[in-house]
Design a protein around this ligand. Sequence first.
Ligand code: PGA
Length: 259
Amino acid sequence: MRRPFIAGNWKMHLTRAEAIALAEAVAQKAENFPHVDIAVCPPFVYLEAVGRAIAGSRVALGAQNMYPESSGAFTGEISPPMLSDLGCRYVILGHSERRQWFGEKDEFINKKVHAAFKAGLRPIVCVGEQLAEREAGQTLQVIRRQFEGSLADLTAEQMQQTVIAYEPVWAIGTGKVATPHQAEEVHLELRKLIAQRYNTEISQQVVIQYGGSVKPDNAGELFSQPDIDGALVGGASLKADQFLAIIAGMKKGQPSGGR
Ligand code: PGA
């Protein structure tokens, strides 16, 4: 049975001192939620300090991006082995902000996914449609294309280890959250795609997070959906009390899943 997983994407926010204080506050309370896996994803430059702040706690460390080569002349880039070396267990890949502002395409994201596994990192792979695509009725088509492209050529074991984050672009940082029904429809489609390519058993094991304006007051309803296994949280992960309240929204025995 899959375990709920809630991760904080801190994006390009916080000072070093603020990052450490936030990490400590989350780590301190994480014990209260033994049924939820928790991760924080600070900017690269704070990874080491945050790693120290959460050491020995139930909170895992994740990065927000990486370059797919192990080393070489790639000025300004960070490699997968560097992230493993700092104690990262997860890396967010293909976030819509990377796709939108840095021109990342599915093929490049797929290279990164394979590079992450090579370095022993679990990828959190983001997919999601733009507002115009939803309004044109193309949501599931976009999701299928991103799934096929970003997650190409994974072994069944790698698929099981992959976390997928469904993040409708129109819901990110806008305060406009997808309805539980809208999110569930896409999560179910993702599970169908996994089942088609692998089998039902594997589709039932993959953790699929929802992301996009998740807050303490909407988390519980989202988590009550059978195929929503947690959240990738942006803005609300920058305040310990809000992030912890979202985690508290995941009840024991959820996700109900297992259809
Ligand atoms: P948000 O961001 O929670 O601030 O909408 C989510 C994300 O981009 O991962």
